[in-house]
Design a protein around this ligand. Sequence first.
Ligand code: SF4
Ligand code: SF4
Length: 335
Amino acid sequence: MDYRILGKTGLKVSRLGFGGIPIQKIDAEGTRQLMVRLAEEGVNYIDTARGYTVSEEYLGFALEGMRDKFILATKSMARTKEAMAKDIDISLRNLRTDYIDLYQVHNPGPKDVEQVTAPGGALEALLEAKAAGKIGHIGITLHSVELFRQAIELPWVETVMFPYNIVETQGEELIKKCAENNIGFICMKPLAGGAIDDASLALRFVASNPSVTVVIPGMAEEKEIGQNIIAVSDASPLTPDEEKKIGEVRDFLGTNFCRRCNYCAPCTAGISIPAVFLMEGYYSRYDLKEWALNRYSQMDKTAADCIGCGVCEERCPYDLPIREMMKKANEVLKR
Ligand code: SF4
Ligand code: SF4
């Protein structure tokens, strides 16, 4: 296993990490078996989130007696000091530990970043938890390039997690900047949320970028661990044959794929457009059908509310046919 230093945190992490979303579809005992295998293989980075329903709890059960073998990272959508302090304590309890290595601000929007850093914001709770030894380091997870650019200038940001894969290379320059600024870069969505079928090619693409510190594909089956280790272990430049295959994937997916940048907001009907497409992706490509339907049903506005005004399409830098995609999402996700 190849290990890298996770930027300012100084943590030595395996290049392959474990993404904790898919364990929601197995169980706590299955998660334990995965953890045993990961420990045997030297994979030491585990990513989860308060928002991934039972993920933290399954990991807490699974890591009993093995906590010291792993670097644990989680995240919270809390934006205020009070809510973040509460979430940190819940994470500690769920994960059955007294220390979380990395705690991240989960996907803030522009206004959220202001709130998080203002007096009474979530950052105060994170700094207090760090001083108290409850957490070791503070990071941020993002989907917008503009916020990524801003985040690497923030003094408290030790790591950034951002989507990076064959069809989402919009953060590439900033990923390089992370390496130059000693900020750990955690690659999320290496398989574009399950859109890329060839997992080995997708991970080879990410691993061939030396500025990526750790990549965290979601895994729910033991056989995926071995395949992913092989793909990530090869950090050599891409071969002409791999470049050709990557071009084919881009041709297939590149034009009609939501990058979740949210430049299309605000929607006239109040729909969170990238959230709709994300849930559709989880339903159609990630085999998380019940979870996706459940999350979708909790959204205030759904694809069914689209009035077809088209203003979002004018704002989308990728020229996505959002209205058509909304219709398709509505077909797929309606009960
Ligand atoms: S076309 Fe639909 S999704 Fe786009 S802004 Fe109008 S209502 Fe929202
Ligand atoms: S629809 Fe377009 S603008 Fe909106 S989040 Fe997706 S890629 Fe970005």
